[in-house]
Ligand binder design. Sequence first.
Ligand code: MRU
Length: 369
Amino acid sequence: MELRDGTVRLIDQRRLPAAEVYLELKDYRQVALAIRDLAVRGAPVIGVTAACGLALEARRLAQEAPPPPPREALERLGLAAEELGATRPTAVNLFWAIDRVLEAARRAAAGAPRGLPPAENIARAVEEQALALAREDVDINRRLGRYGQELIRDGDGVLTHCNAGSLATVDYGTAVGVIRAAHEGGKRVHVYVDETRPVLQGARLTAWEMVKAGIPATLITDNMAASLMRRGLIQVVVVGADRVARNGDFANKIGTYGVAVLAREHGIPFYAAVPTPTIDLSLASGQDIPIEERDPSEVTHLAGVRIAPEGIEVANPAFDVTPHRYVTGIITEKGVVHPPFDATLLRLFEGGIPIAPELSPGHDHQGKE
Ligand code: MRU
């Protein structure tokens, strides 16, 4: 996705893999709809997209005649931020990115240089912040990928769930970024892609990314993972996350929890690939993470065709929480952290000291004690 000339341009993920169609969004309301309706999805990219939506709004305010005074501009930007934040509740990246933009706007409102209308100054600051977040995301993913690929050995079968790839980020991906880095480094990896019902992010999006990148991959339905693990085809699991709590519990696409339990049963290391903006230290455990409930039609219909009878009750939580005890390690752009996560995650933020695999005592590259 990109922000250029007053337009947020992004690929419509709902149409993939059948069609590569780009949306050109002109105001923050269109951006909010695109996030809500999954035209753009994945924790990091919805944060950056919302930031770009705020940039559109700040620019529109600066072009009003006369432009609003700074306080009013901030208030109206705050209303747009509320609408954008109301689109999806689980991924903390959305709120993190919105906060970063509002903070930049407040700073700009307080210190407009002489001769520049305050609303113009705010618009410039918001645009700069949105673009900085986009650049930062790519940089984070590449660094995270470098750390994560250390955990993958030549010849490994790697299972991933949902799509934590370049589509879910500004570019490169988190879990897929780890796989990409291993592949680019010459390791022969074979990826097993969970189809990820109900919205099929694995079948539609991760499989598409694998084919495009030329990474050997096999698409499986969600109920095949156990059998493949038992047959020894999977040596490591790497998934993304939408929000990580202080104790290492984390929310990710529905079905992730089941994969984690299966991995434990089969003695397979299970990693979450997580940019630090996805870590929410304000939450003590995964119980506090809000889980989005989506429209029942995502379950009762497949590609627009009804597959369940009218009148049946439907559950459709978009995410589940994987308890930290199933997590071998959390791969971040600052290094890989291991249990006890309540201590190691704090260290990551406090010292900013990289906890690279080779520096993390008591663990080999597979994260086993
Ligand atoms: O509902 P979605 O498709 O937005 O859910 C996405 C996921 O669960 C991803 O695994 C997560 O956002 C990590 S993306 C780097």
